[in-house]
Design a protein around this ligand. Structure first.
Ligand code: AMP
Length: 279
C-alpha cells in the first residue's frame, strides 16, 4: 500500500503506473460495502486507487460533518490486508480545494431536485465538485460507486458524460447486513436498540416490492407509511418509487412494473437511506 497526501505527488506517481487504473472514492470508516467496490476494482484493473476524504462541501448539516465516523488507522490496516499494491489518496481539504472550500455549480439536469437533493440542499453540488475534481486530476479508466447511493451514482454518471471525461462509471450492488440493513458508515453511530430498528428500512422496501405489481403505487405508499407509523422509533423521511433513469416519481394510479423504491428515515438524529429495484 502506498499512501499519498497530495494530488501532485499522486499524479506524478500515476504517470508511471500500469493502466487500467480503477478508482474507488470513499469517505472512510470502511465496511464490507466499500470492500466490495475495492474487490471489483482489483479484479478489473491493473492498478487501484482508493481515496479517503470526508468532503466538507457535501454536508449541509455541520453536526453531521462533525460526527461523521473516522477510523483512518483501521481503514489503512484493512486496505493493506486486501492488497499491497493499492494506492491510497488521503488528502486534507486544502489539497482538494485550495484556500476556498466551496462547491462549484454544475448543471445536474434536474437529477438533484428530488429526494436527497431536495432534503439536503447543496449536497450533490458538493459531491459533483469533489468527484469531478478526482476524475479530472487522476483520470482513472474506471471509477466504482455503490447503488446504495443510487441518486449519487446517476448524478456522477451524468457529470462524467457532460464533462466528457474518459472514465467509465461502474455501479455496484448494495451490500447488506444479515437482517437486510444496507451497510453504511453511519450505522456505527446507532445505539444497539436503534440498530435493531434500522432493519425496518429494508423491510419497508420489501413490503413495497412484494405488493408492487398487485396494487396502484398510491396504495403502496399508504401501506409503507402505515408500516412506519406502527414502528414509532423510526421516523420515515420519504418513500418514493421513481423511474431509475430520470428519478421522476412514477404514476400514482398504476401498479409498479418498472421502478426503484427509495427510502430515507431517521433513528434519533441518524438519517439512513436505502433503495431497491421493484421489478
Ligand atoms: P461513502 O464512504 O459512504 O461515501 O461511500 C463510498 C462508496 O461506497 C460510494 O460509492 C457508496 O455508494 C459505496 N457504498 C457505501 N455503502 C455501500 C453498500 N452498503 N453497498 C455498496 N456500496 C456501498
Amino acid at each position: 500500500m502506498k499512501v499519498f497526501k497530495t494530488s501532485q505527488s499522486l499524479a506524478e506517481y500515476l504517470s508511471n503506473e500500469t493502466r487500467p487504473l480503477g478508482m474507488v472514492p470513499t469517505m472512510g470508516a470502511l465496511h464490507l460495502g466499500h470492500l466490495s467496490l475495492i474487490e471489483r476494482a482489483l479484479q478489473e484493473n491493473q492498478s487501484v486507487l482508493i481515496s479517503i476524504f470526508v468532503n466538507p462541501t457535501q454536508f449541509n448539516d455541520k453536526n453531521d460533518l462533525i460526527n461523521y465516523p473516522n477510523s483512518i488507522d483501521e481503514d489503512l490496516l484493512q486496505i493493506e490486508k486486501i492488497s499491497e499494491k493499492i494506492l491510497v489518496y488521503l488528502p486534507k481539504a486544502d489539497d482538494v480545494y485550495g484556500n476556498i472550500v466551496e462547491a462549484k455549480s454544475f448543471d445536474l439536469a434536474g437529477l438533484d431536485q428530488m429526494m436527497e437533493g431536495e432534503k439536503r440542499s447543496g449536497h450533490f453540488q458538493g459531491v459533483a465538485t469533489v468527484v469531478a475534481h478526482f476524475l479530472k486530476t487522476f483520470s482513472p479508466d474506471r471509477a466504482y460507486f455503490g447503488e446504495k447511493d443510487f441518486q449519487q451514482l446517476l448524478i456522477i454518471d451524468h457529470i462524467n458524460r457532460s464533462l466528457k471525461l474518459k472514465t467509465k462509471i461502474i455501479g455496484c450492488p448494495v451490500v447488506r447486513e444479515k437482517d437486510g440493513l444496507a451497510m453504511s458508515s453511519r450505522n456505527s453511530l446507532l445505539t444497539a436498540d436503534q440498530r435493531k430498528q434500522a432493519s425496518k428500512l429494508f423491510e419497508g422496501l420489501q413490503i413495497a416490492k412484494s405488493n408492487a405489481k398487485k396494487v396502484p403505487y398510491r396504495s403502496l405508499k399508504i401501506m409503507v407509511n402505515a408500516f412506519f407509523e406502527k414502528h414509532n422509533k423510526i421516523t420515515l423521511d420519504y418513500f418514493i418509487i421513481a423511474d431509475p433513469n430520470t428519478l421522476k416519481e412514477i404514476d400514482l394510479e398504476q401498479p409498479v412494473h418498472q421502478g426503484r423504491a427509495f427510502i430515507a428515515a431517521y433513528l434519533g438524529k441518524i438519517r439512513l437511506i436505502d433503495n431497491l429495484d421493484m421489478s
